[in-house]
Design a protein around this ligand. Sequence first.
Ligand code: NAP
Length: 326
Amino acid sequence: MPTIKAAILGFGTVGEGIYRIINEKKKEIEQQTGFTIEIATILVRDIAKKRISTPGVQVTDDIREVFGQPQLDIVFEAIVGEEPAYTYLSEAIAKGYDVITANKTMFATHGPALLQQAEEKGGHIGFEATTAGGVPIIQTVKNLLTGDRVHRIQGILNGTSNFILTKMRKEGLSFKAALQEAQNLGYAEADPTDDISGKDAFRKLMILSQLAFGKQPEWKTIDIQGIDKIKLEDVLEATNLHYRHIADIEIDENGNLSGSVAPVLIGPDHPFYGIDGVDNAIIVETEYLGALTLVGPGAGMYPTGSAMVNDFIRIAGVRKKELITS
Ligand SMILES: NC(=O)c1ccc[n+]([C@@H]2O[C@H](COP(=O)([O-])OP(=O)(O)OC[C@H]3O[C@@H](n4cnc5c(N)ncnc54)[C@H](OP(=O)(O)O)[C@@H]3O)[C@@H](O)[C@H]2O)c1
């Protein structure tokens, strides 16, 4: 059986998830793809940090050692922030590797350039994990676009914000106490600014806009509000209505995009009314289908790692077809 040789850039929550799933599902992946996958190398920032054991795998803090691996085929990227992630993936594509990323901060900004570069090079990019973690929204929109036209997407795209709003409403916790609980449970980042300010949801919305409409609105035209200004009294006063943090993007008949990212009060007839806790939810409205709602875990080691392994299985399938027809 031919082998696909992989690198994992970043070995935190997501990187470790990819490693675990690939090892736990080795047989199933072989059956589905016809390839054995070998994780040859892992890139981290701090080589001295204690980690799970990864026998036979090179662990390095030097990207040159990663790219120096002979016959690398695919790069999983799960590091944090725009750089050096963009530079690494651009170099990977230039070298002819396929890439799969979870890095929404990087992909919201540099996704269009990477996709174009990969197309010119005949490479493949998986980015399912960038948006709503384990919810297969990227593949769903891609499938819908083959015979339909998307005209609006609304999403609860930040699980931490939804968790905090749920705790405030159901348990009467203050914003600060609910945020603290989200941090204690590992839902919020140590620095939760991007979660609660709406920036994280905005980035995911831009990735969805690029995919569904082939373009993004000018970023400064979108009003971005987080949940950080909501007071407990506001939430409790709403009684029969629920606050949800909703990212919304729409295209009109002339191709103009408009959007918003903000806390919104919704009633029981809205599909997001019952979405509590850390879950993400997305409504895709299309010309023929009407509205489709997806709900599921927006983050976590296994949901996110599994979205990336599913990207891998799809890309391996395409590679197999290319091998057969070449
Ligand atoms: N956590 C989730 O559920 C989730 C869901 C969807 C998307 N994502 C995205 O996935 C990415 C990874 O998230 P995470 O939660 O796994 O983060 P994390 O736990 O903080 O892990 C980040 C990893 O990247 C490594 N790293 C950071 N900067 C690096 C650099 N400059 N060079 C080499 N390695 C570097 C770190 O190395 P050290 O271990 O040595 O520090 C660490 O192993 C992020 O872009 C995040 O937005 C996360």
